[in-house]
Design a protein around this ligand. Structure first.
Ligand code: C2E
Ligand code: CA
Ligand code: CA
Ligand code: CA
Length: 285
């Protein structure tokens, strides 16, 4: 029995060891991935859930790993955040997302679709062109260079990031917002949402987490919670985007609550740049 215990421990230790080795390898591969051009963006339509019309696209990064194939951002974003690589990666994402949005504007002058970009806390502390340049300034320069109106960019941040902020991030968000860029709280509802702090934050949009949407059709309680959030958002003049809508039942309940925008597999999975362009083209015709 003693040996069995030891054996278990050894197995535990070696699996722990291999997890560390795995992360280490992932990190080394990530370091090369930008230079290798191994990242790409996919774009998930954000639509009017009542009429299905496209309002924007969320840019979601993909990593085409030389041996593992497509690696999910759920696996590598945290590694990139720990190593600091999220700064150049996040810059790459923003630049390419803005370029895509600028391109769509040229192709479809009538529809001003926006692009929504996920931003990590660490990016605010990154060094951009010079030590003096803030993240906000850098973002504004990028959209200006591409000729994208500030209102066509939505920056998504998680609520934990905003809650742990000492004021620096909030100040930069306020700077972006003053220039016309919109700010969203991502995964809204999963953190320690004290609804009262919403009034104080420079925020325009709440992205209601998928975990809420998943249960609105089956739980009266969850339905009531989402209904309350939608009403509160209206009072605070915040727009809601419902995430992860997969069924018509979910969509219909959200429409009935007065939630206007959403994304999810019911409408479309994230699309390649070409497919997203095609999606817009079909809508215009
Ligand atoms: P997120 O920002 O909450 O993005 C939504 C995720 O839900 C995406 O996963 C999307 O593909 C998935 N999704 C959308 N609709 C549905 C649906 O109806 N059902 C289900 N089951 N899933 C749906 P993805 O692309 O794997 O991204 C995972 C997370 O990785 C993102 O969650 C975001 O936190 C992070 N991420 C992705 N791209 C970036 C990036 O460029 N920068 C940063 N910092 N994080 C990123
Ligand atoms: Ca997001
Ligand atoms: Ca989200
Ligand atoms: Ca669902």
């Amino acid at each position: 029995a003693k040996d069995a215990g030891k054996d278990r421990w050894r197995r535990y230790e070696s699996s722990l060891h291999s997890a560390v080795v795995e992360r280490h390898k992932l990190r080394a591969d990530l370091d090369r991935a930008i230079a290798d051009g191994a990242f790409l963006l996919h774009f998930q339509p954000i639509v009017g859930i009542g009429d299905g019309r496209t309002h924007g696209f969320e840019a979601l990064v993909r990593w085409n790993h030389p041996t593992r194939g497509m690696v999910s951002p759920a696996e590598f974003i945290s590694v990139a955040e720990e190593s600091g690589l999220i700064v150049p990666l996040g810059a790459w994402v923003l630049r390419n997302a803005v370029e895509a949005a600028a391109q769509w504007r040229l192709l479809h002058p009538g529809e001003d679709v926006y692009v929504s970009v996920n931003v990590s806390a660490r990016q605010f502390r990154g060094q951009f062109k010079g030590p003096e340049q803030s993240f906000a300034r850098w973002v504004l320069d990028e959209i200006d260079r591409m000729g994208l109106p500030p209102a066509s960019l939505l920056v998504e941040m998680t609520e934990s990031l905003l809650l742990h902020d000492d004021g620096e991030v909030t100040a930069e968000l306020a700077e972006l917002r003053a220039a016309g860029v919109r700010i969203a709280i991502d995964d809204f509802g999963t953190g320690f949402s004290s609804l009262s702090y919403l009034r104080r934050l420079p925020v325009d949009v709440l992205k209601l987490d998928k975990s809420f949407i998943d249960t609105i059709a089956s739980s009266a309680e969850q339905h009531a919670v989402v209904d309350m959030i939608v009403q509160l958002a209206a009072i605070l003049q915040l727009q809601i985007v419902a995430e992860g809508i997969e069924t018509e039942a979910e969509r219909d309940l959200l429409v009935a609550m007065g939630c206007h925008l959403g994304q999810g597999y019911l409408f479309s999975r994230p699309l390649s740049y070409g497919d997203a362009s095609q999606w817009l083209l079909e809508e215009a015709s």
